[in-house]
Write a protein that binds this ligand. Structure first.
Ligand code: PEP
Length: 252
């Protein structure tokens, strides 16, 4: 198994242009072995260009993502941003289907699937987020929910080589509650088995599945030790250079 860990920071609606550039410069310029891990920054749209420039100055090894795109190329879509626009600003990745997009902005699996297809067609790599609510977990519907989101999000996407899945239990995002390594591993394994069923065993073996939900310096090592956990999608702890660097260097 040779999946390279990916540690991705989702900055959400935080950091202005200069703050974002400074944070990216500090982290990307630190002691990171990029041959054994990928590191990604997802600033708000306004920060992409400055973060991409800061990453270039630091050696160009970290990855830059947007937190969303719209599925059209251009036109009368006030307030939206296209894949071509984020690429021209310096992003090569995009996070899609985050639970905040689903719950606050009403994004459905169908909308997310259109965005996934548009991003991939335009040469972006995608982090597709899936995850159950507390209510769904208490109703023992967590696996069914997560696999349905995975299947619908990837409908019509045959080649998964530019896709990463992030399993983020909604009840763990920004709450300080983390899924236990055993519960997280069980879901990651279920997702991988499902990918084998709907695509191929090679696709399942190769796809990276990240854990998200209050990943922090003190729980990253244990989570990352799980065989089906290939990295983290980190919110709060990605906003402080020292904390994010400890997660990036989880094995040091
Ligand atoms: C997230 O935003 O994807 C996330 C996991 O946030 P946090 O790490 O703050 O729970």
């Amino acid at each position: 198994m040779s999946r390279k860990p990916l540690i991705a920071g989702n900055w959400k609606m935080n950091k202005n242009v200069s703050e974002g550039a400074a944070l990216a410069a500090e982290i990307a310029g630190a002691d990171i072995d990029y041959s054994t891990r990928d590191v990604l920054f997802a600033p708000p749209f306004t920060g992409i260009y400055a973060v991409a420039e800061a990453v270039k100055k630091a050696g160009g090894k970290a990855l830059v993502a947007a937190q969303n795109i719209y599925f059209e190329e251009s036109g009368a879509f006030t307030g939206e941003v296209s894949s071509g626009m984020i690429k021209s600003a310096g992003a090569s990745w995009v996070i899609l289907g985050h639970s905040e997009r689903r719950s606050i902005f009403g994004e459905t699996d169908e909308i997310i699937n259109k965005k996934v297809k548009k991003a991939l067609a335009d040469g972006l790599s995608v982090i597709l987020c899936v995850g159950e609510t507390l209510w769904e977990r208490e109703a023992k519907a967590e696996v069914e929910t997560v696999l349905a989101q995975t299947g619908k999000g990837l409908e019509g996407v045959e080649d998964l080589s530019n896709v990463v899945i992030a399993y983020e239990p909604v009840w763990a995002i920004g709450t300080g509650k983390t899924a236990s390594p055993a519960d997280a591993e069980a879901m990651h394994k279920a997702i991988r088995e499902y990918i084998a069923k709907i695509r191929s065993s090679a696709a399942a073996e190769n796809i990276r599945i990240l854990y998200g939900g209050s990943m922090k310096p003190d729980n990253a090592k244990e989570l990352m030790a799980c065989p089906d956990i290939d990295g983290g999608l980190v919110g709060g702890a990605s906003l402080k250079a020292d904390q994010f660097l400890k997660i990036i260097n989880f094995d040091k």
